[in-house]
Design a protein around this ligand. Structure first.
Ligand SMILES: [Zn+2]
Length: 78
């Protein structure tokens, strides 16, 4: 049985976030892009997702740390 699921991972081919994922999917199972039918095993899709998450999360984390440091330094400037 195949169901479509929001995966929050973008298809490397078309950028769609909808993948068809088999029930009880295993790492070696193919997941299929619901838009362009790009196929890749789950572990590959997951690796792509981790890379994409890094690109999104790290700049945001950096900004949060910078803001925190700015506030900390402000306190010292009296
Ligand atoms: Zn696609």
């Amino acid at each position: 049985m195949i169901k479509t699921k929001q995966f929050l991972i973008q298809c490397p081919q078309c950028g769609s976030e909808e993948f068809k994922i088999p029930e009880n999917v295993q790492d070696e199972d193919l997941v299929i892009c619901g838009f362009c039918n790009f196929e890749a095993p789950l572990h590959e899709i997951r690796a792509i997702g981790i890379e994409q998450a890094k690109q999104v999360v790290i700049p945001e984390a950096k900004k949060a740390i910078e803001d925190m440091l700015k506030k900390a330094f402000k306190g010292w400037k009296k």
